[in-house]
Design a protein around this ligand. Structure first.
Ligand SMILES: Nc1ncnc2c1ncn2[C@@H]1O[C@H](COP(=O)(O)OP(=O)(O)OP(=O)(O)O)[C@@H](O)[C@H]1O
Ligand SMILES: [Mg+2]
Length: 365
């Protein structure tokens, strides 16, 4: 999969233009605050995801304007395809191959990309929610049906939580909890099976990448940890059984808290470097390499599953890596279309675009 052209109107500080990137590695050079991350963010929006900076829609529109329009022409599934996104009134609206879509989620899985920015260090540093979000996002791109499973689970979870809050005032409702426990366990097991399967595929890729980037000196381990103690070899019925048991035995705690304390919304992905939790013991550099390993493993799995390599968006990684790590990274990615930003004046790369005050131009070099 690759981008043939990307256009933008009133997008942050980017000057209105259409840009035609190369199929291989595209280096986006420029000083600070010129619009490099803005360009990466704009490309990412075509996956259907939200801004990886956590920005609101209104923040993406150029100051003083009311509407922003961005469009993408990309090659995938042996044909040219288009996505157009309008951002206005705090909302985004997408048109995929000239067909308007009601929800952004309906374009997920068409234009596939993997993004890494320094903000993604939170994937290791923050709590489990961030890591579940990583697994969820990755799975949604591979298997749009997973998004439906997840939203069904969340709906049941919300119903159960609402009931938990009502029970102290209406004790007679306690009997109905059992129905929600069963539904939640059943639906949660489907989600858990998908996550276990995904991590099984992700692990060898992430481990190999981490070994490569650390020159064989360090090792990475990842494991999907279910709070109710289920293991990857279990089938959905066994998992549902254990979940139901956990839900039933914690009913009183849950009524007391007013929310559900067990289930796939409480699980975590353990990431260890040399046998120690990366979150608590990893150095800054180790954490960065671990996130990079997870992201590029995500791309490798996506490629295997879809038969097409996703576009790789790397914001601010080059400046942090020494020459051998840089070489390893770029060599590893040479089959993908890559957009990589940097502040230095790189001359050795083939396709360099310069960005100055939001204006994009081909480098003379
Ligand atoms: N909605 C907007 N309208 C106009 N300009 C904006 C908008 N949002 C952000 N900007 C401006 O875009 C500029 C460039 O931002 P960006 O984060 O892309 O820089 P960068 O090139 O990635 O810099 P760095 O190297 O420091 O990461 C900032 O100066 C910011 O003020
Ligand atoms: Mg930036």
């Amino acid at each position: 999969m690759f981008v043939k052209s990307i256009g933008f109107e009133n997008y942050r500080n980017l000057e209105n233009a259409v840009v035609y990137p190369e199929k291989g590695i595209n280096v986006i050079c420029g000083n600070n605050a010129q619009g490099k991350t803005n360009l990466i963010e704009c490309l990412w929006l075509f996956t259907g995801g939200r801004s990886f900076r956590g920005s609101k829609e209104s923040e993406m529109i150029t100051f003083g304007e009311k509407i922003s329009r961005i469009f993408l022409n990309f090659y995938s599934e042996e044909r040219e395809q288009t996505i157009e996104i309008d951002i206005a009134g705090g909302k985004r609206r997408a048109v995929l191959n000239d067909v308007p879509k009601s929800y952004m989620s309906q374009i997920v899985g068409n234009f596939c990309a993997v993004v890494f920015s320094p903000d993604h260090l939170t994937l290791i540093k923050n709590g489990p929610e961030e890591r579940r979000g990583f697994i969820n996002g990755a799975l949604c791109q591979i298997k749009p049906r997973y998004a439906a499973m997840l939203s069904k689970y969340k709906k049941i979870l919300n119903e159960r939580n609402a009931l938990l809050k009502d029970i102290p005032r209406h004790r007679e409702l306690e009997d109905t909890l059992e129905i929600w426990d069963e539904k939640l366990a059943e639906e949660g097991a489907l989600v858990a099976v998908e996550r276990f399967r995904y991590i099984e595929k992700l692990m060898p890729e992430a481990v190999a990448f981490y070994e490569g980037i650390s020159d064989g000196k360090e090792n990475l381990e990842i494991e999907y940890k279910m709070k109710c103690g289920c293991e990857p070899y279990m089938d959905r019925y066994e998992i549902a059984g254990m979940m139901l048991k956990a839900l039933r035995s914690h009913q009183n705690d849950d009524i007391y808290c007013g929310y559900t304390t067990y289930g796939v919304h409480r699980d975590d992905l353990s990431v260890k470097i040399n046998g120690k939790e990366a979150r608590s013991f990893g150095s800054q550099g180790q954490q960065r390499s671990a996130v990079l390993a997870l992201k590029l493993a995500e791309a490798a799995v996506l490629e295997k599953e879809k038969g097409e390599s996703p576009v790789i968006l790397l914001d601010d990684v080059l400046s942090e890596l020494d020459q051998s790590r840089k070489n390893f990274l770029l060599k590893k990615l040479d089959r993908n279309q890559v957009f990589i930003t940097c502040c230095e004046n790189i001359t050795e790369a083939e396709n360099i675009v310069r960005i100055t005050e939001g204006k994009i131009s081909k480098s003379e070099e």
